[in-house]
Design a protein around this ligand. Sequence first.
Ligand code: HEC
Ligand code: HEC
Ligand code: HEC
Ligand code: HEC
Ligand code: HEC
Ligand code: HEC
Ligand code: HEC
Ligand code: HEC
Ligand code: HEC
Length: 355
Amino acid sequence: MGLNIQTFLFLLLVPFAAPAKVTCQTSACHQEMGKGPFVHGPMKSQGCTVCHPTTGQNKGPGQHPGLVKMGGKETNKTCYLCHEEFEHQFRNSKSVHKAIPEKSCTSCHNPHQSQNKFLLSASGDFALCLKCHENKADFKQSKHHMIKDMKRGCLSCHEPHASKNQKLFKKDRIVGLCLDCHDKEVTATDQRKIGSILSWNGLPANLQHEPVAKGECFKCHDIHGSTQTGLLQKKYDLNAHPQKGASSSSELCFQCHKTDLQDKPRVLNETQFRNGETNLHHLHLMGTSKNRNCSACHTPHGSEQGALIKGNFQYLGWSIPLIYKKNSQGGSCATACHKKMEYSREKAVINETDP
Ligand code: HEC
Ligand code: HEC
Ligand code: HEC
Ligand code: HEC
Ligand code: HEC
Ligand code: HEC
Ligand code: HEC
Ligand code: HEC
Ligand code: HEC
């Protein structure tokens, strides 16, 4: 091993030991540097050594400086030299993107130049983010992959660096995030109209479904994508008449509610929807040949009538009103399915007609 490192470097650099005036960028080695539609400010104004400090071994032009090793976590310190506001922001944030302390700024940005805006290393934030987040199941298996269609992709809801909110959210309440787009009707890829959420978001909290009032949209929706329609986490059949009974077509609801509310024909406390001891959930859901689904009566988010009862019932393309009145012992319902019927938990009401 007659070749020590200095000699080796010397031999390596000899071919470039051209006369004066050769800079790193004009040398044959780094000609591609600083060229491209987007060039980092200091490349133009301050040159290479502002970021690649020398160890004092630099013998002038044509000799490769003894560079300090770049890359890895240490890189961020170089960035903070000029972008010190980030360091300050991170100290005052509730969530900081782990990509920054665990990897580095250069896991997303090219420090020199780039084909992409903001010196990003991939075009479009969607492609950029999925470089590290592609293995999240819900991105892959989505049927309704709404984020793909959003103009700003992931950045519609998340900040790339840090946020004063949890999970890098742009807004403090999840509902606020959603309202950015759902405060008006939006058209889905398949041309369906998706109504504004303002109608139910404006209701007082006691008329909203508890998880909705708490802003826990993600308890029912897989926001990033889902194999179910409506970005739902579990099955929820919107057909009034289920094929196999409400339990299997309404898995979504039974994540939190007990099937007790429908199982027994006669009940004491399992449900409020009873006439005397007759379980009206059982009666409607599984007690006749025409079993109903939850979605025949309930709306998932909130209702002016209370008890999450829909104002309208969709049947064969018709919109049929469902007039529900709640009182302290029970209530009444008038619909096209039957004339006005009353129920009371105290003492069974005898209605004119049976359902
Ligand atoms: C704004 C700071 C900054 C400036 C200015 C800068 N560099 Fe870099 N350079 C870096 C960082 C940071 C890395 C490590 C990249 C990484 O983490 O992948 C790097 C890496 C490199 C590498 C290793 C391979 C590569 O392309 O990533 C070379 C070669 C290089 N720089 C040359 C130069 C030259 C030549 C100049 C001047 C024309 C220059 N740099 C200017 C920050 C800078
Ligand atoms: C020597 C000072 C300096 C250092 C060190 C520095 N930057 Fe910059 N950076 C600037 C300046 C100046 C601008 C604004 C340039 C402009 O607007 O053209 C800038 C702009 C940027 C931009 C925005 C580009 C755009 O298109 O708006 C990004 C991203 C960026 N820097 C990332 C980094 C990263 C990552 C590092 C660390 C590897 C770093 N910078 C280190 C001076 C620096
Ligand atoms: C996970 C990827 C990612 C990492 C890591 C990252 N950035 Fe960014 N950065 C982005 C994206 C995406 C944008 C564009 C934001 C937009 O479109 O509004 C951006 C924009 C910027 C900008 C220009 C706009 C602004 O907010 O001022 C600067 C400067 C910047 N980043 C610097 C940094 C620095 C410094 C670091 C390390 C401390 C860093 N970035 C780490 C993704 C990242
Ligand atoms: C270089 C790899 C990398 C890239 C690129 C990247 N991330 Fe991350 N991200 C991570 C790591 C590591 C974590 C922490 C572990 C985890 O939660 O998966 C994380 C966590 C997150 C979190 C959870 C934050 C929390 O506090 O729970 C969000 C949201 C996120 N990333 C969004 C994005 C977005 C949006 C982009 C694109 C702009 C992106 N990521 C690009 C590595 C990356
Ligand atoms: C419509 C708003 C929205 C968009 C767009 C969006 N997210 Fe999210 N993201 C959320 C919500 C809400 C959560 C919290 C979900 C939860 O806690 O179950 C979240 C959570 C995350 C997490 C943390 C996961 C965890 O289990 O804590 C990561 C990582 C993440 N998002 C990455 C991304 C990436 C990458 C993209 C783009 C491909 C993206 N997000 C697009 C709303 C969004
Ligand atoms: C940047 C705009 C935007 C934001 C922010 C946004 N959405 Fe959406 N959302 C859409 C679009 C566009 C669609 C239609 C998607 C399609 O093409 O099928 C949609 C569809 C939906 C659907 C219905 C899917 C279906 O097929 O019926 C649900 C549920 C939904 N969003 C929930 C949310 C929730 C919850 C949030 C907040 C965490 C949110 N959205 C934030 C734009 C947005
Ligand atoms: C208890 C479960 C549940 C919760 C919690 C929930 N949703 Fe939904 N959401 C559903 C179901 C079920 C549907 C589809 C049925 C329908 O359209 O009536 C739906 C449909 C939607 C739709 C599209 C359908 C439309 O036209 O109205 C949007 C947008 C939506 N939800 C947003 C939200 C937002 C925002 C939140 C949080 C504030 C939220 N959801 C919380 C169950 C839920
Ligand atoms: C994430 C858990 C969760 C899911 C999923 C869920 N609920 Fe609820 N629901 C609650 C909580 C909590 C309450 C309030 C306490 C109670 O009455 O049990 C509630 C209350 C209700 C009420 C009574 C509302 C009132 O004002 O009296 C109805 C009706 C209801 N849920 C129907 C449904 C239907 C239909 C589904 C399926 C689309 C469903 N829930 C899915 C948590 C959930
Ligand atoms: C025929 C209409 C109808 C159908 C179908 C229906 N419900 Fe109800 N449900 C009601 C009414 C009315 C109430 C309010 C009872 C009261 O408070 O007086 C109610 C109350 C509830 C409550 C509050 C607690 C309780 O049991 O009183 C929950 C939870 C609930 N329903 C869930 C469901 C689920 C889940 C399904 C489907 C499996 C479903 N409902 C199907 C009409 C219906």
